[in-house]
Design a protein around this ligand. Structure first.
Ligand code: NAP
Length: 320
């Protein structure tokens, strides 16, 4: 019974890393958490391991790489009878070492399909649920990253994200197309491009729906969470050295617990009720530990690009 009086948040990719610790931090703030995950047994085990109280969460299956699965998730969520007060788009894959693109069931390149197109469809479908929230300020939060922004220290390492004129999207994004800009496959760039789309999606959602719905749309860079399994597909040596480099050289390192706290704050705390903004604690973790609204990259603040990205993504996910 108790759980129905709590506000409800859906978090995608809550079976590890930032999403898992955000779920824990939100449960501690009195929220009921829906772990939207592709491996439910793993999600349950992870939630138990970090001691999220059993009566403050449930899990529902979603594979963000499959549009069919995203649609089924929304049906299952609605069938559960829960209201939706916040949605956190957190799940992501990063596969820096693959030589050939992997494909989603719909035939799209898999990192962009998972990180961007799956979330793009989910956001559009779940707007209806957020509109029905009894909260005075329902929120939709999309995880960003410093690597989306070549103007920032953490974003300077090549390859640079570049959506070009979105020729790859315009041409249907299926074989032989592998990248949004229609150019040669580059897996690290595919990840960065998908994160540019995440920030553009947040800004477009704000432009299109904030005034009419009151929903707060925002993004955040939680810091470099160098010890999450996001880097599981990198060289083992990289996985060892990267956290040390971030801790002792760049100063960008944050723990998974702190990153989870930051997501929870952006979802739940009154001071984060600005819409259309990107929250950051600084690339080198400003010493006072305070958050600030950070300028996003030139591509991610390009309104024309945002509009084109929206129209083409809507076609690719079948809602145009
Ligand atoms: P992580 O530990 O690898 O977590 C990623 C989550 O996404 C996992 O739960 C994973 O599920 C899930 N996922 C992957 N593919 C999925 C799919 N097809 N369907 C459903 N769920 C899927 O990575 P993380 O570091 O916490 O990253 C979380 C978010 O933070 C990402 O958006 C990332 O861009 C952002 N971020 C991370 C950092 C960092 O330094 N780590 C910095 C800035 C931003 P499985 O457990 O089943 O694999």
């Amino acid at each position: 019974m108790e759980q129905h009086q709590k506000p409800t948040v859906v978090i995608t990719g809550a079976s590890s890393g930032v999403g898992l610790y955000a779920a824990k931090a939100l449960a501690e703030r009195g929220w009921y958490v829906v772990l939207a995950c592709r491996d439910l047994a793993k999600a349950q085990k992870a939630a138990q391991a970090v001691e999220i109280p059993y009566n403050s969460y449930t899990s529902i299956h979603i594979d963000l790489g499959s549009l069919e699965s995203v649609r089924q998730f929304v049906k299952n969520f609605r069938a559960s009878g829960k209201s939706l007060d916040a949605l956190v788009c957190n799940a992501a894959i990063y596969m820096p070492l693959i030589k050939e693109p992997l494909r989603s069931p719909e035939g799209y390149e898999l990192s962009v399909a998972t990180n961007h197109l799956g979330h793009f469809l989910l956001c559009n479908l779940m707007l209806e649920d957020l509109k029905k929230s009894s909260s005075s300020e329902p929120r939709l939060v999309i995880l960003g990253t410093v690597t989306h922004n070549p103007d920032e220290l953490g974003g300077k390492i090549p390859p640079r994200p570049d959506l070009g004129d979105l020729q790859g999207f315009a041409e249907g994004f299926k074989e032989p197309i592998t990248m949004i800009d229609g150019k040669k496959f580059e897996p690290v760039k595919a990840y960065k491009d998908s994160k540019v789309c995440n920030v553009l999606t947040m800004r477009e959602l704000h432009e299109r729906y904030h005034k009419s719905t009151g929903i707060i749309f925002n993004s955040l860079y939680p810091g470099c969470v160098a010890e999450t399994p996001l880097f599981r597909n990198h060289y083992p040596l990289f996985q060892k050295i990267f956290p040390l480099f971030q801790k002792y050289i760049t100063g960008g390192y944050v723990s998974q617990e702190l990153a989870g706290e930051r997501v929870a704050a952006v979802v739940a705390d009154p001071e984060y009720n600005q819409s259309g903004v990107y929250w950051s604690w600084g690339n080198r973790q400003k010493k006072d530990g305070k958050s600030f609204v950070q300028k996003v990259s030139p591509q991610a603040r390009d309104d024309d690009k945002g509009d084109r990205m929206w129209e083409l993504s809507a076609k690719l996910v079948g809602i145009a």
